[in-house]
Design a protein around this ligand. Structure first.
Ligand SMILES: [Zn+2]
Length: 280
């Protein structure tokens, strides 16, 4: 055995390649293939270091006896005629794809994100064997930035790998981007839900909606706005925004307080949602 596997050669190299990829991504001058290549190699090496910890033969394509014996007795004198024992098992280590396929049995994070990791392998293949356009390279780097940094970070935490820290700035940006994407997904679902309600209404119900709107607009501080869900007229209640910064109280203007649409039942009270739908 190669002794203690705390910090393997694979892990050391993984740290180097991921660090290089991070540097290149942060630099971001022209879209080129190296950040993708370095990130893919770093990820492959990281997975190999993890596989090696479980069983040193797992990093080889062929986990048969001829590779095991070489690892167990590294000082073994090898009889050239004896092809039962492989003299150089390292030549045949697994690809990124196979490393993911093997490690997903040992890691929930790898299992849950296997397709994203397979896509990284595919991306590396296309970068090496084809001539991707600047636009394709940009898309590939963006995929790494927004998806893979977070997955690798989760993997590092899940497996308690010491000595490797991913770039904080890239992680925070990726997390913020994912939160944003999730928020807009929720908002679009809300919009679709209320549009469906409006569409399913009978003509008689629509007349009731008109009447309700007329009643709502009777209150002070209200005005008509277009409903962001059904497109019909809704009622927006506004309130005065004050400025206290100068020591004297002055008014800044009006800000939205509540939107109510009697046609589809849409109701908004949160500033973030007003902003999302562009209601000012
Ligand atoms: Zn509506």
């Amino acid at each position: 055995m190669r002794g203690k596997m705390e910090k393997t050669e694979y892990l050391t190299s993984a740290i180097e390649f991921l660090g290089k990829a991070t540097e290149e991504i942060l630099d971001g001058r022209t879209p080129d293939r190296f950040p993708i290549l370095h990130f893919a190699i770093g990820t492959e090496l990281l997975l190999k270091s993890l596989l090696q910890k479980i069983n040193p033969t797992f990093i080889y394509k062929d986990t048969s006896f001829k590779n095991c014996i070489r690892l167990e007795y590294s000082g073994l004198k090898i009889d050239k005629k004896n092809d039962e024992i492989s003299t150089s098992p390292d030549a045949d280590t697994v690809s990124l794809r196979s490393a993911v396929q093997r490690y997903l049995y040992f890691s929930e994070i790898t299992n849950k994100n296997a397709n994203l990791l397979f896509h990284l392998d595919q991306l590396r293949g296309s970068v090496v064997h084809c001539s991707p356009s600047g636009e394709e390279l940009k898309k590939g780097i963006e995929f790494i930035r927004s998806e893979l940094y977070l997955i690798l970070d989760l993997l590092i935490k899940e497996q308690a790998i010491s000595g490797i820290v991913l770039n904080r700035e890239l992680l925070e940006k990726a997390a913020a981007k994912q939160r944003e994407a999730k928020f807009s997904e929720t908002m679009e679902a809300l919009r679709a839900k209320h549009l469906k309600i409006y569409k399913s209404k009978k003509d008689s119900d629509r007349m009731i909606g008109d009447f309700k709107l007329w009643k709502l607009l009777e209150s002070d501080g209200t005005r008509e706005v277009e409903c962001p869900a059904c497109g019909k007229t809704a009622c927006l209640t506004e309130e005065v925004e004050y400025d206290y910064s100068s020591g004297e109280i002055s008014t800044l203007g009006l800000i939205p307080k509540e939107l109510e649409c009697p046609h589809c039942g849409m109701k908004i009270i949160e500033y973030a949602i007003f902003d999302y739908f562009g209601i000012k």
